[in-house]
Design a protein around this ligand. Sequence first.
Ligand SMILES: [Zn+2]
Ligand SMILES: [Zn+2]
Length: 217
Amino acid sequence: MTSFLTHRTRVHDDSLPLHRRHSALRTCLTVFAPYGLRATYHHLTLSAAIPRQLEADPDALVWAVEELHEARVLWLARAEEYAAQRRAEKRAGRRAVPDPRPWWLRSWWESPNRAWFEDPFRHPSLRLPEYVRRQNAILDGAEPPGCPACGDDGLPVLSSTGHGWVELCRGCAWVLAPCPCGQRHRFVPETPFNWNEIWQRAHMSDDGTPNSHWPAG
Ligand SMILES: [Zn+2]
Ligand SMILES: [Zn+2]
């Protein structure tokens, strides 16, 4: 059985070897990852300060899964509300899915946050519960200032698609203005990444701060 809560318990279980607790965190991320699996993992390594050597701070895994859990509780409540609302709409004969779709039902390749799936370093720096609260508020009609995802209000960064320009949030690479052709384009990471290195936390030091010697060269 691969439920989130079962694996959350395993992350907490200090009778298990650390690598098992770490892979339980990964399983939780396959169930719920607001920034996408890889970017959410990268975010958690920073926010929970997961050291390169897990032995240096086993509690960091607990902080990470608790941040994820807190965000998931907020999401679940909103998703259940949404499901109930949809059932009522269907009973009233309104079958079409409302546009825009709620944030958790967007497909990543069509969504303005596509970059987070193509470059695990690009994601908001908000704690996950804060991000979920912000997205839920937008779904309820709020219009918070700045980038819808991260709130950054700096000038957008222009990115060429070869035949046009896309305006991206400088903070999280959210698409603020799409390419005029109407298509969603691939996001090419500035520095090529190696997922295995990120998973092994090559970007972190043993004291839980970012590794200043990475990437080498
Ligand atoms: Zn942003
Ligand atoms: Zn285009």
